[in-house]
Structures are given as C-alpha cells and as structure tokens.
Design a protein around this ligand. Structure first.
Ligand SMILES: *[C@@H]1O[C@H](CO)[C@@H](O)[C@H](O)[C@H]1NC(C)=O
Ligand SMILES: *[C@@H]1O[C@H](CO)[C@@H](O)[C@H](O)[C@H]1NC(C)=O
Ligand SMILES: *[C@@H]1O[C@H](CO)[C@@H](O)[C@H](O)[C@H]1NC(C)=O
Ligand SMILES: *[C@@H]1O[C@H](CO)[C@@H](O)[C@H](O)[C@H]1NC(C)=O
Ligand SMILES: *[C@@H]1O[C@H](CO)[C@@H](O)[C@H](O)[C@H]1NC(C)=O
Ligand SMILES: *[C@@H]1O[C@H](CO)[C@@H](O)[C@H](O)[C@H]1NC(C)=O
Ligand SMILES: *[C@@H]1O[C@H](CO)[C@@H](O)[C@H](O)[C@H]1NC(C)=O
Ligand SMILES: *[C@@H]1O[C@H](CO)[C@@H](O)[C@H](O)[C@H]1NC(C)=O
Ligand SMILES: *[C@@H]1O[C@H](CO)[C@@H](O)[C@H](O)[C@H]1NC(C)=O
Ligand SMILES: *[C@@H]1O[C@H](CO)[C@@H](O)[C@H](O)[C@H]1NC(C)=O
Ligand SMILES: *[C@@H]1O[C@H](CO)[C@@H](O)[C@H](O)[C@H]1NC(C)=O
Length: 814
C-alpha cells in the first residue's frame, strides 16, 4: 500500500482525490463567461419585436424582426412542431453561425402556418389550417397556435424587451425572456446569452453531466454556473458544477401539477446559472458559439416531456441481452493468460459474468485494431475460450490514432481524415500512444474509413466474440494540450467548422462512426453494443454510457444514482458507474462499501466492475468468503431490465418500470435494503443460475404475483430474439399481459402485440404473495410448467393454475 502511494506521488502531480483546478477552468477564468455572467444590458440595447412585420417563410417558420435603439437587428424564428413542441431561434439577419447537424433524429415536422389576418378569412377555421397566427394591436402581441384539437400556443410580445411565451392551455409554462439577451458578433467572439423562465416551477432537472444531486441547485454566491464542456476530469468532485465527460443541454422544469422542458440545440461550451424565486425558476445561458436554437417541450406530465424530448433526439435501440449482464474490467489485463485466469476464477467462484473487458493492454501499444503481438499472441483462441460459457469480450478503441508510418490505420488517414489546424496541417496531440492525430468524424469519408476498421478482416484477431466496442477518451482527451486537455477551439473540422462550435459532439460523432462500422461488420444482423465516455443529446441512439473515472467512496456510490437518473430522463437509459470507484481512495473501499456498491449497481442497466492501474485487485473473487457470498448474490439478482424510470425527486430511489422500487443502501452501518414490488404487479423472473445471460435464453420463468387489496394483479412481459433487429423490421417479438385469476389462483396470458411465435417461453412457477380477502397473509407456491409457444392467435388465452398449500408456506420443489 505504501509502495503504491509513493508511486502515485512520483507519477502524478495531482493530489489524490482532487480535480485539477489549475487545468479545468472556472467561470472567472474564462473570458466570455466572466464578461457575460453579471452583464445586464442597458435600455438602448434591449430588443423589441416588430409584431406587425412578421412574415412566414419556408417550412412554416414565422419570422419576426427584432431591433434595438443601438441600431442592431436580429430575427426571431418560430415554428410549432407536431406533438406539443415548439422551436425558436434568434439569429443575425445575415447569420453565418454554425447550425448543428447530426444530433436530431430526423428533421422535426413543423405545423403548416397560415396568417389568419392576411389569408382567406373564410378558411381560417378549416382543419387544414394547422397553425394560426393572430395579432392583437392593443397589446402588440402575436399568437401562434395549432388550429386542431391540440391546446398549446406561443405568444410574442413586442417589448422592449420582447418575450416569447409558451402556453399549455391557459397555463404559462416557459418564457424566453430577452432582458439579458446579448448576441456578440465580433471577430473575437460570437458568444451569446439568454434567459428562460419557468413560471411556477419549484425544481429543475437535467444538464447532464455533473456529479450533483438530480435537482439542480441555485447557483451564485460563490457557486459557479453549471458548465457543459466535455472534459476528461480525473478525480472529479461531488456537488460540483464542473463540466464532466458528457453534455446534454436539456432542462426539465417541475411544479407540483406539471412538467415542461427545453432543449438547447447547441454543441458549443455553455455555462448555466440557476435561480429559484418564490414564483418561478429560471436559467441564464452563456454560450460560446453556434446558434441560439431552442426547443420547448410543453409536457404536461414528466413522461410526456421525456417522450417529447426523445421524439427529437431519438431512443436507443434495444440492447442484446448479454450487454445487460455483468462486465468485468481492469486497467488493464496485460496478457492473454491473465484474461484466461480472470475468466477461470470467475467460474471457479461461481460468479456470473457476461463480458470480460479488454482495456488497452490488449492492443499493440495503443494502436487500436491491432492486438498486442507480445502478450496477446493468439487472440482467436483466447476469444474462443471466453465464449465457452456464452461470454463475450469488449475491447477499448479510442479516437486518437498513433502517428507511425508502419501503422496502416494512420497512414490511410494522414493528411486526409484527421482534424486540422486552420492552415490545413494535421493536428497532433499526445494521448496514450504518444503523439497522435485525431479522426475528423465530421468528414463522412473519414467517419466511414474509421468504421471500416472494425471489420473482421481488417481488425486482425477479432471474431464475433469481440461482440461490442468501448469508445473512451473521446471528449476528446489530449494530455499535453494547453486548452483544458482537449482540442484548441481554433481547430477546423471538415466543412470549415470551427471546433469551438461543435466541441460537445466530438464523442457523439465518434460513436456514430463506430455504430455504423459495427452494423456493417455484422451485416446488420446484430444490435451494436458501444460503451462511450463522452455523450451528447442523441448519442443514446448509438451507445451506452458510464459515469467515467469515479472514485471509491460512499458519496460516489450515491452520486452514481443521481448521474444515471438524470441521464435516464434525458434519453440515455443504458447507464452505469464503475463499481467500487475507478480511482482507489486509500482505505475507503471497505468490504462494506464494495458489497453495497455491487448491490446498488445491480439495479442500474449497465453493470461493470473496473479499477485503475496500481489499485489493489478488485475482481469479486479476491474478497473473503462472506463478502464473496454477498457479491455473488448481487450478481445473480441483476435484473435484465430496460425501461425509462419515472422522474423522481429522490436521488436514491430507482423505480423500474412501474412495478419495482429499489432503494439501495448508500450509507455505512445500515443493515436493511428495501426493495418494493408494487401491489397489483406481476414480476417475471428467471431464477435459474447460469454463468452468463446468453445461457439463460431458453430457461423457464417464474412469475411473482403481488396481490393488491382487491386481490388483483397484472404484469407485462416482452421477449424477442435478444440479438437482431427483427423486432423492429418484422415485428418479431412478443408482448404479453399476465393477469391473475383469483378463482384458480392462476395466471391468464394474453398476447398484446408482436408477431413472434417461435420464442421458447415457459413458466415453471407462480409465486403468489399478498392477502386473502379475509386479510390473512398467504403464500402459494405453484409448480405448473406451461409451454406457451403455442399461443397462435392474438386473442388466445392460456390459463395456468396454481396449487395452493396453505399449510406449507415454503415449497421449493420443481
Ligand atoms: C477559480 O479558480 C481559481 C484557480 O483554481 C481560484 O483561485 C479561484 O478562487 C476560483 N474562483 C472561483 C470564483 O471559484
Ligand atoms: C393581448 O390581448 C389579448 C386580447 O385581449 C389577450 O387574449 C392576450 O392575453 C393579451 N396578451 C398579453 C401578452 O397581454
Ligand atoms: C475581422 O476579420 C476580417 C476578416 O478576417 C477582417 O477583414 C477585419 O478587419 C477584422 N475586423 C477587426 C475589427 O479586426
Ligand atoms: C433571481 O431572480 C430574482 C428575481 O428576478 C432576482 O431578484 C435575483 O437577483 C436573482 N438572483 C440571482 C442570483 O440571479
Ligand atoms: C507484457 O506483459 C508483461 C507483464 O506480464 C508486461 O510487463 C509487459 O510490459 C507486456 N508487454 C507488452 C508489449 O505489452
Ligand atoms: C484456451 O483454453 C485451453 C484449454 O483450457 C488452454 O490450454 C489454452 O491455453 C487457452 N488459450 C488461450 C489463448 O487462452
Ligand atoms: C500550421 O499551424 C500549426 C499551429 O499553429 C503549426 O504548428 C504548424 O506548423 C502549421 N503548419 C504549417 C505547414 O505551417
Ligand atoms: C492483418 O493481417 C493481414 C494479413 O496478415 C495484414 O496484411 C494486415 O496488415 C494486418 N492488419 C493489421 C491492422 O495489422
Ligand atoms: C459505523 O459503526 C462503527 C462501529 O459502531 C463506527 O465505528 C463507525 O464510525 C460507524 N460509521 C459511520 C459512517 O457511522
Ligand atoms: C427450448 O428450450 C428447451 C429447454 O428448455 C431446449 O431444449 C430447446 O432446444 C429450446 N428450443 C429452441 C427452439 O430454442
Ligand atoms: C413447446 O411447444 C412447441 C410447439 O407446441 C414445441 O415445438 C416445443 O418443443 C415445446 N417446448 C418445450 C420446451 O416443451
């Protein structure tokens, strides 16, 4: 232990357990943030809207001229979108600002707009007039609203300062407030600021990624604005507004009776001040570049806001089943013998494991797509051995490419596919392999070139057992750079895009290229699994995320729930944190903490044990027998769930779907860990123990029937082939409803949806718990095996009855 501490002290100038504040800047050291944070424009620079001068442009966008008494002009652009959403931009009349591409999951559909005053009056109420605009001359306001049944509107008032108000019915939900609207437009800066108010809101959520509670706190009084700038921050701190690995510029505003939200469609660096008053919450955005492009989500329920947001940026495709099991990682397994040993010990000690993760030791000195020729001499055989119990391997692959003339990945991209300086020469920076250049994923050819290296015939030694890819260091991380260890702002991407304007989507573009590469590699037959450290709005379409290089400690265990809960409601459902903390925190990782961490981690969709170089080994088998037993139990209970959790105001509860509430233990010296099944639910479980999930696919299920006070219960169940896109392309899945039948103490099975009838579904037990109508507790353990693959028609009903034995409360026989 002592020897290791000395080693760290020699290698790293950073004090263990503290983020590097000399490198990672706060607002007062970033000129545009310092300049604009306290800025209050004077009266002559406040913009007024020329309500009467509005025009309707292509794509149903209403343009309203803006001007101030300093003689400056801007244009307000508004469109109403399908499904309770609206979009607002504020730009210069001749804007050359970068407009973000790639992030939206298709161009959102705008409602056709018709000017009620200037168009044929008699047609104004006809249903084909989808969006109406009305001007009220007395109070100088312009109202846009859909003419059909939908019930939302956008009102522009002239000001100065003008406002754009967003109403759901009569309720004012969101206001774009121009009191502090500034659009710098000089050679030195195109930074801009604006305020969004949420009348009535008592809590704001969002702005992933911060190591912070799920409710965003008030900033100011010494607390920096929340910052969004993808950064590789070692030893990141708790309760901090510092920018971390990902950026999702979404805010949900919650009041006791409704929820609304905004998405700021912009990938430049952002700082966001939060202010709660007795009547509203508000957010002040300070953004370095790109366009002021705001989407408003009208809600009104949390679930609707989440759907409105994901209708813009997309949802993840379903994962393959093995990705939901346990992943074992370490920085780094150094030889193929070590990999063999870890796998063998996991088996020997009876720990389930789906994935062995190959960190950089597997690679040829961080030349990705090449196995280490000294220590991994027979990757095919190693992978074949790993697959014996249905397991997979996931190797790391980063966006930096070592500069070496004998490295084909490099030579094929040199002077062509790398990110460049303004003078056209390839940018070079230091990362794990030494001096490297970085793929410019904004160039479609470069992106395809990179993706093509995942092909089995190009990545020598790879086989289908190398089933997923881990994309790390993609903020991107540059060890020697002067600008907070990442790209300088002035680098230029393909299409003459300044890095300043797209910094936060570099990692998004990386995983997008990998996703396409894996689709091509497997000829579209498998759902790609990619794990990424850097994320942005929309990257859920391509990759799972984890919370980066966390630290051992109770606070980090708890914050992993806050981080993933926030990610989940922002579309990134597939989230987890390194179990035990990546960085060791000398002595903090007690037996008690590692047990609680495995127990809690089992309830997050992505479950991985990982640890830094030089830390004490931490695979589950290294612990004493009593600890091993707890870890084994946690790994065997890992739920293979995948559903959007509810928006909760607690950082420490996780609601899985609507039926399971997990409250893991995040504190020392606590002896109980509640897990609640909702009364009235039926939970489907596979209770047969296997080394990996792929070996469970034909196992029969157990139904846990949790009766409510009316002696009723029902549940839903989804199954597909766990691997392909056939569920999407051919409806090849089955979605069933289980309904408890009190008369027979059995379960009726109905087909709700899906055409897949070839799945091997069987029920071997029904466990009923709850109270009899007389209020007596009873447990019934049935033992009926039913093969329901014969469920032929949509309305078919299969009943399974359960034998009750009131005298025998526990009856385990098969
Ligand atoms: C900003 O960071 C510098 C350097 O770490 C520090 O000295 C200063 O106190 C910080 N300012 C604020 C307001 O936190
Ligand atoms: C403007 O006047 C109209 C008609 O009286 C009213 O419905 C609307 O609420 C007013 N808008 C504002 C912003 O005062
Ligand atoms: C701004 O940049 C343009 C083009 O590079 C140059 O012509 C102009 O002189 C610059 N203006 C100022 C004020 O520096
Ligand atoms: C919060 O908003 C209130 C009301 O607009 C204002 O008086 C106060 O100064 C704001 N606080 C901060 C820290 O911005
Ligand atoms: C191979 O593994 C040994 C440890 O067994 C390590 O010392 C050595 O650096 C590794 N060599 C390479 C080329 O990775
Ligand atoms: C594969 O497994 C066999 C049988 O256990 C073993 O002899 C061999 O060393 C393993 N190969 C690798 C590369 O792990
Ligand atoms: C291009 O600019 C970079 C950064 O200023 C510099 O390091 C490099 O030498 C320049 N290349 C050429 C060919 O001038
Ligand atoms: C893979 O192997 C082939 C044939 O041995 C060789 O031509 C190719 O350069 C290798 N590729 C890499 C990336 O090492
Ligand atoms: C847990 O209990 C032990 C023994 O009573 C005590 O020494 C320790 O301080 C407690 N830890 C915490 C975090 O309360
Ligand atoms: C169905 O599962 C049984 C074991 O429960 C297995 O023997 C059989 O091969 C499976 N059938 C298919 C089509 O996978
Ligand atoms: C279930 O039934 C189907 C068709 O009725 C049959 O093909 C299959 O083998 C059965 N599975 C088991 C595990 O009995």
């Amino acid at each position: 232990m002592l020897r290791f501490s000395i080693l760290v002290a020699l290698l790293a100038p950073v004090v263990l357990g503290e983020a590097d504040h000399a490198t990672f800047l706060n607002c007062s050291r970033v000129p545009f943030c310092t300049r604009l944070r306290e800025n209050v424009p004077d009266a002559s620079s406040l913009f007024a809207a020329d309500i009467g001068g509005f025009t309707e442009e292509n794509n149903n966008i209403v343009h309203v001229p803006l001007s101030n008494s300093d003689g400056e002009s801007l244009v307000l652009q508004i469109s109403l979108l399908e499904g309770y959403k609206a979009r607002v931009k504020v730009v210069e009349p001749d804007s050359s600002r970068y407009e973000l591409e790639y992030v939206l999951d298709g161009e959102p559909e705008t409602l056709p707009s018709v000017n009620k005053l200037s168009k044929d009056k008699e047609n104004k109420d006809k249903s084909f007039l989808k969006c109406l605009s009305t001007i009220n001359q007395a109070n100088q306001s312009l109202t846009l609203f859909p003419a059909d049944e939908q019930y939302y509107s956008v009102v522009v008032t002239s000001g100065p300062p003008f406002t754009v108000e967003f109403y759901l019915g009569e309720t004012l939900e969101v206001v774009l407030n121009a009191e502090r609207l500034v659009m710098e437009n000089t050679n030195e800066s195109i930074a801009f600021t604006f305020t969004v108010d949420y009348p009535g809101a008592t809590a704001l959520y969002g702005l992933y990624h911060h190591a912070h509670n799920i409710v965003l706190r008030q900033t100011g009084n010494g607390f920096d604005p929340f910052r969004l700038r993808n950064s590789d921050v070692s030893f990141y701190e708790l309760d901090s507004p510092m920018a971390l690995y990902g950026s999702i510029p979404v805010v949900y505003a919650h009041s006791p009776d409704r929820t609304s939200g905004i998405y700021v469609h912009n990938a430049a660096e952002q700082w966001i001040d939060i202010n709660y008053t007795s009547t509203q919450a508000s957010t002040y955005f300070i953004i370095q570049g790109g366009t002021l492009d705001l989407f408003v989500l009208f809600g009104p329920t949390p679930q609707q806001v989440v759907r409105q947001y994901t209708s813009l940026t997309g949802v993840a495709h379903l994962p393959q089943i093995w990705t939901l099991g346990y992943h074992q990682c370490r920085f780094t397994y150094q030889t193929q013998e070590e990999v063999k040993e870890v796998v063998a010990l996991m088996d020997q000690y009876d720990f389930p494991m789906d994935v062995i993760v190959l960190d950089d030791g597997h690679s040829n000195a961080n030349r990705y797509f090449e196995f280490n020729p000294v220590n991994f001499t027979n990757p095919e055989e190693m992978l074949r051995n790993i697959s014996v119990n249905g397991r997979k391997a996931v190797p790391i692959s980063d966006p930096h490419i070592k500069i070496a003339d004998d490295y084909a990945v490099y030579t094929g991209a040199k002077n062509k596919y790398f990110v460049k300086w303004a003078n056209g020469s390839d940018y070079e920076g230091v990362c794990w392999p030494g001096l490297s250049s970085y793929i410019d994923f904004f160039n479609p050819e470069a992106s395809d070139y990179y993706g093509s290296w995942y092909a089995y015939d190009k990545f020598n030694g790879s086989t289908p057992v190398l089933a997923g890819i881990w994309n790390d260091m993609n903020e991107p991380s540059v060890f020697d750079d002067t600008t907070e260890k990442t790209f300088p702002f002035e680098l230029v991407h393909y299409g003459n895009i300044l890095h300043r304007d797209v910094h936060n989507i570099y990692g998004f573009m990386h995983v997008r290229a990998t996703h396409k590469g894996l689709i091509l590699r497997d000829e579209g037959r498998k759902r790609p699994f990619i794990l990424t450290r850097s994320s942005f709005a929309g990257s859920q379409r391509y990759a799972a995320i984890w919370t980066g290089d966390n630290t051992a400690g109770w606070g980090y265990l708890q914050v992993s729930y806050s981080e993933c809960l926030v990610a989940n409601i922002l579309g990134h459902v597939f989230c987890g944190a390194d179990i035990g903390g990546f960085f060791d925190n000398d002595g903090v990782l007690t037996d008690e903490l590692i047990q609680r961490w495995y127990q809690a981690a089992a309830w997050l969709p992505f479950m991985r044990g990982h640890s830094n170089k030089g830390t004490p080994r931490r695979e589950p088998y290294v612990f004493a027998e009593d600890v091993r037993n707890v870890l084994r139990e946690a790994l065997k209970k890992t739920p293979l769930f995948y559903e959007y959790p509810e928006l909760l105001e607690y950082d420490d509860h996780l609601l899985l779907g609507s039926d399971i509430l997990a409250r893991p233990v995040f504190e020392s010296n606590v002896t109980t860990s509640p897990l609640f099944y909702r009364g009235g639910s039926i939970i489907t479980r596979n209770d047969i123990e296997r080394p990996s999930t792929t070996q469970m696919v034909n196992d029969p299920f157990t139904l846990y029937v949790n009766l409510d006070s009316n002696e009723e219960a029902s549940g839903r169940f989804y199954i597909d082939d766990y691997t392909s896109f056939d569920y999407n392309d051919f409806n090849d899945y089955l979605y069933l409803r289980f309904i408890y039948v009190p008369e027979s103490h059995g379960v009726r099975i109905e087909r709700l949806n899906g055409d897949g009838l070839d799945f091997n579904i069987s029920i071997r037990r029904i466990v009923i718990s709850g109270e009899t109508p007389e209020g007596k507790p009873y447990n019934c353990f049935g033992n009926k095996f039913a093969n329901i693959s014969s469920l032929k028609t949509r309305t078919a009903i299969i009943a399974i009855t359960c034998e009750i034995d009131l005298d025998r409360k526990v009856f385990f026989s098969d």
